[in-house]
Design a protein around this ligand. Structure first.
Ligand code: 5GP
Length: 328
């Protein structure tokens, strides 16, 4: 199983996190600074990941980006934060109508009653969400995803989020099992779509179509479109995952409105990752999703890395890079 190692190199107040096993397919030139392999992304405003702080005597900071990431702290110092959620941060994007979505390592469950930092989770979810969203875009199922920026960030379309979570279930699990007393793992007669109101203070309660229309959270047309989108996502996700020996028991998506002239349309937003799905090994039933964290079943990063490895978004045999030396 691929192991994710993060190397931290501190130079004055600059923090560089190196991740040696991932991001091998990007188009940028690699070079060596301080004995470390880095990606050279261009200069000045065109550079993909600029180093924000700390003078570097041996090279111009605006010319290089480390193969990896910068700390959230330094991101926040440089860019306009639009929204910070439990697992992601949104920053203002480079063009109007765009945002940069940053995936954090924070894991939360039970409405944030259980919390932890799971190193590497954000990197995995960024890659996996990119993989699923790109697949959907290719099939003509519209999503907010524009392009990957680096290991933790992607450029997305800004949307107006519909205040509903759309859940699709193929097998009974979680709150459905609890609510209806159906044993977890029971195959459902057909995919069942549920809507929950996005409201943490209420614990995201299940709501009916009647509620949605009556309280104007979405129109009847929106509901029809959301149902169709959710089922198309289910067909795609279930098919792709079946191909790598994984059952999609259920998942949650969020939907956003975009306005084009006088028209609005709905697109898939937020993320699609093991944080928002239940993924079970077809043969053994082993869980590769956030239930590993919710139920203390082992290493969450190993579970997510297994999904990434099977989908081919993590190299099977990462090229090892020697441990960097600390420069001071
Ligand atoms: P349940 O209703 O059984 O708790 O969740 C059903 C599915 O939706 C699961 O795959 C679960 O991970 C996902 N889900 C439900 N609510 C949330 C949420 O607030 N955040 C995330 N990331 N996933 C959710």
């Amino acid at each position: 199983m691929s192991k994710i190692d993060f190397y931290h190199v501190n130079y004055e107040n600059l923090v560089i996190n190196l991740e040696p096993s991932m991001n091998q397919n990007h188009p940028f030139r690699q070079d060596t600074y301080f004995g470390l392999t880095v990606d050279v992304l261009g200069a000045g405003k065109n550079c993909g990941l600029r180093m924000a702080r700390g003078p570097l005597p041996t090279c111009r900071p605006s010319h290089i980006a480390i193969r990896g990431e910068q700390s959230t702290e330094s991101h926040m110092a440089r860019r306009k934060l639009v929204y910070e959620g439990k697992a992601k941060i949104l920053y203002e994007g480079p063009e109007p109508g765009t945002l940069v979505q940053y995936f954090k390592d924070d894991a939360t469950a039970f409405n944030a009653e259980k919390k932890d930092i799971v190193e590497g989770k954000g990197v995995l979810n960024n890659r996996l969400s990119e993989f699923f969203m790109t697949g959907l875009n290719t099939l003509g199922i519209p999503t907010h995803f524009i392009k990957s920026l680096n290991m933790r960030e992607q450029l997305i379309r800004a949307v107006e989020i519909v205040p509903l979570e759309v859940i699709v279930r193929n097998y009974a699990a979680g709150t459905m099992s609890k609510r209806l007393g159906i044993e977890e793992g029971t195959a459902l007669p057909r995919p069942i779509v549920e809507f929950c109101l996005k409201d943490d203070s209420l614990g995201d309660p299940l709501v009916s179509e009647e509620h949605i229309i009556a309280f104007n959270w979405a129109s009847q047309q929106d509901l029809d479109d959301m149902l169709a989108l959710a089922l198309r996502v289910n067909d795609f996700l279930s098919g792709v995952m079946y191909g790598v020996g994984i059952r999609v028991a259920d998942f949650k998506i969020e939907i956003g409105r975009v306005y084009e002239g006088d028209y609005q349309r709905l697109i898939i937003a937020d993320e699609i990752s093991p944080d928002s799905c239940r993924l079970w090994d077809l043969k053994t039933g082993e869980k590769f999703d956030k239930d590993v964290f919710r139920r203390d079943l082992g290493s969450l990063t190993d579970a997510y890395a297994e999904v990434a490895r099977r989908l081919g978004v993590l190299p099977e045999n990462p090229v090892p890079i020697g441990k960097p030396t600390l420069i001071n």
